[in-house]
Design a protein around this ligand. Structure first.
Ligand SMILES: [Zn+2]
Length: 560
């Protein structure tokens, strides 16, 4: 017998709704209403070509020609993908200097504007003079206010060790607005290396070939700056960087740190040749390699991934709605696997989602990452290739949020699993409520007190490490913070009814609102019929917006 027990507003109490069907009918009605309010998908927009989420990227240089020479290829690639790229220039003149009998500021703005046009970017000129540009309090305030106003997703600027004071000051101005949590990810580029940029050790390489001519044309717009000489110096750098990563010409970058929840540059970076061994894994921590999209054998969108947190290549499989509204952002349901790699002894969660048409009915993007080892969604205490939680948080989620039109906030990141991945869904949510909104688990061994079954030992490593993930601990530790809303959905059973009953009782005793459904009993597999109910549970209580429209982005301030 199935029964719904749904929390009332009174903390910790549960209300029994006698028939499951009532709730399902309501869900279907609200879904129908929700889909009526969505606009019709744009012609030509298909699942093969999912709408790329538009990012706003600031490339901040000292002078006109710095973003172009240091990052022109990257800028062109991003603009071609439809992202908004703003080239910010710290200073465009020195005193009363003239070029071509005209004031320098006028000439160089004109040149930079033309270069931006070639690359598909927008210029932003700051009013500071070369000779007085300092990272003093007033200038920091001006640049900070501008960055806060623009709200970029990513900022790319000069590597700070640079012989040109304007370059190093601009890097400092950006740095002084950097935050370790939230905000934007920070990347560095190089210019005139060994003359200007010094001590730069890049670990991200962009193959320049498809956009090299655009980069050259953009640079040549800076006619007052002997652009052929700058190009020649940068061509030498392109060849050197290309040799380091195995292509002919490359630009090189460094990401400071991949912050959870912040977008990464949505381009395919190469890595330094010979750094793919786990001995170098710390180098790769900040720099997963993720391929562009392809169709896999099942017809799903798929990206192959090389991440320092996993052994060998893994995959991120994606199932978006067939038709997507280009003005909407969609919730993501992470369908967490129970087996390593592409093993399917228990079926395949994503196949089940597609078979039930849930991606279309629920208007959600379903994402199923694979793991190199049997996934318990934990980091091993010492093996760098078993960092499953880090992989999901630092590689998978940032990639999905920066490449697909997601809601990119905890409320739009939902977790679905059963058995060990039901455990994982709950441990991820309980450990990272700032990253995930809700978790649903079907038939999971919630009450495990030791890592001694189901392959747990190989992943958790030690009892001490296991205690950090142990669900009963996390519930006790976080009980007070979990009382504000319903985040946990304990559904149905196959083998673990007793564990469900005990976990439900624990949640109830600590006053944690949750949904508990006892049965029906089904086979312990993805395809035994529980997935639709689980996915709907995540989306139907009204707290998660279905395909929420994008709110207006703040306009980019006009040039001065
Ligand atoms: Zn410069």
């Amino acid at each position: 017998m199935a029964k719904w027990t749904v929390p009332k507003r009174t903390l910790g109490e549960v209300r029994v709704v006698p028939k499951e069907g009532t709730s399902m009918r309501n869900a279907l009605v609200s879904l129908a209403l929700a889909s009526l309010s969505l606009s019709i998908a744009t012609p030509g927009l298909t699942a093969v070509d999912p709408q790329v989420k538009k990012l706003r990227i600031v490339v901040f240089g000292g002078h006109p020609d710095d973003p172009e020479s240091g990052a022109g290829g990257l800028i062109a690639v991003l603009a071609q993908q439809g992202h908004e790229v703003i080239l910010a220039y710290g200073t465009v003149f020195r005193g009363g200097r003239q070029f071509f009998d005209r004031p320098e500021a006028e000439v160089r703005r004109e040149e930079a504007t033309a270069a931006c046009k070639v690359l598909g970017a927008t210029p932003k000129f700051f009013p500071f003079a070369h000779e007085t540009l300092q990272a003093d309090a007033a200038t920091v305030r001006t640049v900070t206010a501008w960055l806060d106003d623009v709200k970029p997703d990513i900022v790319v600027t000069h590597w700070p060790l640079d012989t040109h004071p304007n370059h190093h000051v601009v890097s400092s101005l950006v740095w002084q607005r950097y935050q370790r949590k939230g905000g934007w990810n920070l990347y560095f580029f190089e210019v005139m290396t060994d003359q200007q940029t010094l001590g730069f050790q890049p670990d991200l390489y962009l193959d320049l070939e498809p956009v090299r001519d655009l980069k050259r044309r953009a640079l040549l717009e800076h006619k007052s700056q002997s652009p052929e000489a700058i190009w020649t110096a940068h061509e030498r750098m392109h060849r050197n960087r290309g040799a380091e990563c195995g292509v002919i010409h490359a630009e090189a970058y460094r990401l400071l740190e991949a912050k959870p929840g912040c977008a990464l540059l949505p381009v395919t970076f190469l890595h330094r040749k010979g750094t793919n061994s786990s001995a170098n894994s710390s180098r790769r921590d900040n720099a997963p390699t993720i391929s562009s999209v392809r169709r896999d054998g099942d017809g799903f969108l798929s990206h192959s991934v090389s991440s320092a947190f996993q052994g060998g290549t893994t995959e991120i499989r994606v199932l978006p709605p067939d038709r997507m509204d280009p003005t909407a952002r969609y919730p993501v349901i992470y369908v967490l696997p129970v087996e390593a790699r592409r093993e399917r002894s228990y079926g395949d969660g994503l196949l089940e989602v597609r078979k039930q048409d849930l991606h279309n009915q629920l208007k959600a993007i379903f994402v199923a990452p694979t793991f190199s080892h049997r996934p318990w969604y934990a980091d091993h205490p010492s093996d760098p290739e078993i960092r499953q939680e880090s992989y999901l948080l630092r590689t998978v989620v940032p990639f999905v949020d920066s490449h697909y039109p997601t809601q990119a906030a905890p409320g739009g990141r939902l977790l679905l699993g059963f058995s060990k991945s039901g455990w994982g869904a709950f441990s991820l949510l309980l450990r990272h409520p700032d990253q995930f909104g809700k978790a649903v688990a079907w038939d999971a061994p919630f009450m495990q007190g030791r890592p001694d079954k189901y392959g747990m030992g190989a992943i958790f490593g030690t009892q001490e490490n296991f205690e950090r993930y142990r669900l009963t601990n996390l519930v006790e530790q976080n009980a007070l913070d979990l009382r504000d809303r319903t985040r946990l959905f304990v559904l149905g059973y196959g083998n673990f009814r007793d564990e469900h009953e005990r976990f439900h009782a624990l949640l109830k005793s600590r006053g944690i609102p949750h949904v508990y459904v006892d049965g029906p009993q089904r086979p312990h597999r993805w395809d035994s019929g529980w997935v639709p109910e689980a996915a709907r549970a995540l989306l139907e209580d009204g707290e998660t917006k279905v395909a929420a429209p994008i709110r207006g982005n703040p306009a980019v301030p006009s040039q001065r």
